[in-house]
Design a protein around this ligand. Sequence first.
Ligand code: NAD
Length: 357
Amino acid sequence: MILVTGGAGFIGSNFVLDWLSQDDEPVINLDKLTYAGNINNLANINKDPRHIFIQGDIGDTALVAALLAQYKPRAIVHFAAESHVDRSIHGPAAFIETNINGTFGLLEAVRAHWTNLPAAEKSAFRFLHVSTDEVYGTLSADDAPFTETSAYAPNSPYSASKAASDHLVRSYHHTYGLPTLTTNCSNNYGPYHFPEKLIPLIITNARAGKPLPIYGDGQQVRDWLYVSDHCTAIRRVLVAGKPGEVYNIGGWNEKANLDVVHVLCDILDTLDPKSDGSYRDQITYVTDRPGHDRRYAIDARKIERELGWKPAETFETGIRKTVQWYLDNQPWVSDVQSGAYLKWVEKNYSQRQVGEE
Ligand code: NAD
């Protein structure tokens, strides 16, 4: 049994689906279902007895303690976070609350549980903290990509809150010996990505005939990784990562935002029956995001060398699959856009509570 936090979000739901497609080991999925949590992402495993969904807050130490006592997971994979940089600029409080205080509450509950485990279970236990390359700040064009020893220099309230959570996790290993693993990954894309983020926003706006907003000059560089490759890397770190270590995850796919938008328009022009071949005409330049980082790039050699992980998708194959997924899953997109997904849990989910068998 493993406990996943944030397993109704973009990466977490891909991870849970991927896990259960490969493994019989059950998953407890603890998610608060904020606006970013969409239980609809997990519709295919709604009735699967290996998936136990609990709606709750990672900062609720009593709840987490009860889950740990009841289910005795051998590992925690911690995805839950407020994750959108723009939202962190307009309202940082939620980011401090979940990413810092919530991670602290989770760590405290896990530490109390872990301390009392028998020796063999104690050393086999893992707390895997999922984090971002944004904690390292920004690079200029000729800087080398971020390694695991790059200095932290977070520039947004989002990245600062994730940096704080990384430091807390690190300290729980160094101070208490909790067997932690931290992964810092580059930008993900793929199925179930909430359409406030660049790639799904461009796909959905293009098809709706809306402007395709480009911040500033569109030359901000991001390093893209297809989400299933991130999930594979996390599984690999869970199996073979060394406690206390940090692993950077990335696909060596640096692209300027404007180039990503051009690629999306061109793929949509070929795959989308609604297209008349002119999606690029919808591109609109908008005022740049304050404090916008210019370039992120991940040096993934440590995870490749030490754990033998490599991404399966190139940017070209992954982005085509992603566009096709959005074309094939219009009901999912409409539900998210109308807000209907927020009601889905009440209507459709047979939610179990702590204490029920
Ligand atoms: P997301 O916003 O899509 O999902 C976050 C999930 O966490 C949601 O289901 C939400 O309901 C849940 N959640 C939020 N606050 C909670 C709380 N207090 N208690 C319990 N659940 C809560 O995020 P994502 O893009 O899937 O990112 C997942 C993790 O991966 C985050 O920690 C993020 O920092 C990290 N990350 C993301 C990317 C990326 O490109 N998206 C890249 C690297 C790392």
